[in-house]
Design a protein around this ligand. Structure first.
Ligand SMILES: [Fe+2]
Length: 542
């Protein structure tokens, strides 16, 4: 086919003329799939397929997609055409239906004669599966290090999905948070400023999806993702964020831009129209488990007690005592209660959400820090942290620690409506396992598995500890409901659910700053089905 006719067929005749392309057609051989392929939000008969066409400048284009039961794409299951254009940043998102349940499927796109890499995905099973395994990740800060964690996950077989608990991108510009190593690593943020409008958020998503390790993970497993704050702005809540300034314009416009880019660039089955902040949803793995994904960040979260104008120690105390302050919001709480009741037919209820749920008090930092040692933080900031930690206050009020009444309601709902609840969390750049015990001091009503970051720095990298692990040890001693904590290394959690137990293995890498790395299992903890009240038990991971 002659190139001119070929491009005409790509664009569709009428549009081709309308755009005035007769004189300057896009060169079809300039088109590419530079951001790889991805899949996500599996159901028993369908999965979201994602890619993006690079090289277009204003035109719309038809992209063909197909699913197959083999990697060579010979036995085609379904196929179709999706039209994309500038209005959606040239992303393609297909809800590919008619797939068999509980099966590995492959997918590919093409535009003209250009073919994308082949992706692998997996549908949800029906019936009574014996086990399901997931990778759990959060907090992938591109300028701070290599995505070795994504590479390690890409090499895994037999994962049902990758559960991403948010901070898939970070909104900061060069010179801001965690960009100290960006130039040295060749990972300077694009655009170089902080993200404010749609163009910014799209460009940042594009940079993250150009990463080869991210592409490898996405091509290997379906993703189940929720956002945390940095997909929008640091410490976001329903009506604002810590990292949102007056000269950024209105919060609503910035939030909507961030959400639009997220919806365009992520393989999620979330409506682009109605109620755009509603991302909480449920997946069912036969009668083995229900996976319930929540939004603790945006949908119904009241402002953090220590945020906003006119904060004082009295206002913080007042907010902490206020029984009405919400984390999920009343409509999501009602949905959660109904969903937990409906999940009674499954053995496990795995709840994926963003922030630490375990009630945790901060150790006094003064005796644990050596202020003569070099630190990434200025001395004045360390002095503030030391002062704030006096008297062992609740740790980090952006987590559930800042919403004690809402947390107690959440734990009561888990006790009343779930059989075997397991809560996943991220956000803290820390590996952690704990028993979730209500204020009445009863047996645990659930357990928490927290995944550390993919790259983002842990607090041990900022604090000049008197010895490695000093803050961790003091935190564990002060909070006996916590069983395990690791602050120094980055990694992911392998979550395995079977008929007898739900276990977590922390796979940690030794560096994200060097090209070569090793990964090892740091710890493994599990809880028995029907015995949540017994709490977590260590597992021999050797
Ligand atoms: Fe984070």
């Amino acid at each position: 086919m002659k190139r001119r006719n070929f491009v005409r067929s790509l664009l569709g005749g009428a549009l081709y003329s309308m755009l005035g392309c007769e004189s300057q057609p896009t060169r079809a051989d300039n088109l590419s799939f530079a951001h790889g392929v991805a899949s996500g939000d599996p159901m028993t008969d369908r999965v979201i397929l994602w890619t993006r066409v690079s090289g277009l400048a204003g035109e719309s284009v038809d992209v063909r997609w197909r699913t197959a039961s083999d990697r060579n794409m010979r036995t085609i299951l379904q196929q179709g055409v999706f039209r994309t254009g500038a209005h959606r940043d040239y992303t393609i998102k297909v809800d590919a239906k008619g797939l068999p349940p509980g099966r590995t499927v492959f997918f590919q796109f093409d535009v003209g004669e250009r073919r994308s890499p082949v992706g692998r995905s997996r549908t949800l099973p029906t019936g009574s599966p014996d086990r399901a395994s997931f990778a759990v990740v959060s907090c992938a800060n591109h300028p701070y290090g290599y995505f070795h964690v994504y590479r390690d996950i890409a090499h895994r077989d037999n994962l049902a999905a990758v559960i991403h608990l948010g901070d898939y991108i970070y909104e900061y510009g060069m010179g801001e948070y965690a960009t100290e190593r960006a130039e040295q690593l060749g990972r300077v943020p694009q655009p170089d400023g902080r993200l404010v409008d749609l163009k910014d958020y799209r460009a940042r998503h594009a940079q993250y999806k150009a990463d080869v390790d991210s592409q490898a993970m996405h091509a290997a497993h379906p993703l189940i993702a929720v956002w945390d704050d940095h997909e929008l702005a640091n410490d976001a809540w329903r009506d604002g964020a810590e990292n949102h300034r007056q000269d950024d314009g209105g919060w609503d416009g910035r939030r909507d831009a961030a959400i639009q880019a997220w919806l365009e660039w992520m393989p999620v089955r979330v409506s682009h129209k109605a109620e755009s902040t509603r991302i909480f949803r449920r997946y069912r793995y036969g009668d083995l488990l229900s996976l319930i994904m929540l939004d603790t960040r945006l949908h119904g979260r009241d402002r953090q007690p220590d945020a906003g104008p006119a904060v004082s120690s009295e206002s913080v105390r007042h907010a902490m005592r206020d029984p009405k302050r919400r984390m999920l919001g009343t409509s999501q709480e009602g949905w959660l209660r109904r969903t937990l009741k409906q999940s009674k037919g499954t053995l496990w209820q795995v709840i994926g959400q963003q922030v630490m749920l375990s009630p945790t008090r901060s150790p006094e930092l003064g005796p644990l820090l050596d202020l003569d040692r070099e630190s990434m933080l200025p001395r004045e900031q360390l002095d503030i942290y030391i002062e704030q930690s006096k008297g062992n206050p609740p740790m980090l009020l952006d987590t559930w620690n800042g919403y004690p009444a809402a947390r107690e309601d959440f734990l009561e709902d888990l006790r009343d409506y779930a059989d075997n609840p397991v809560v996943l969390s991220g956000d803290l750049h820390t590996s952690l396992a704990g028993n979730l015990i209500p204020n009445n001091g009863s047996d645990p009503v659930a357990v928490e598995f927290m995944t550390t970051s993919v790259t983002s720095p842990g607090f041990a990298e900022y604090l000049p500890e008197i010895r490695p692990g000093a803050v961790r040890d003091a935190t564990l001693e002060l909070n006996p409901s916590l069983c395990y904590m690791e602050t120094d290394r980055r990694g992911w959690v392998l979550l395995t659910v079977d008929r007898k137990a739900c276990s977590a293995e922390w796979h940690l890498v030794d560096t994200v700053h060097e090209q070569d790395y090793t990964v090892s299992v740091d710890a493994s903890w599990s809880v028995s089905a029907g015995n949540i009240g017994m709490g977590l038990q260590p597992r021999d991971s050797s």
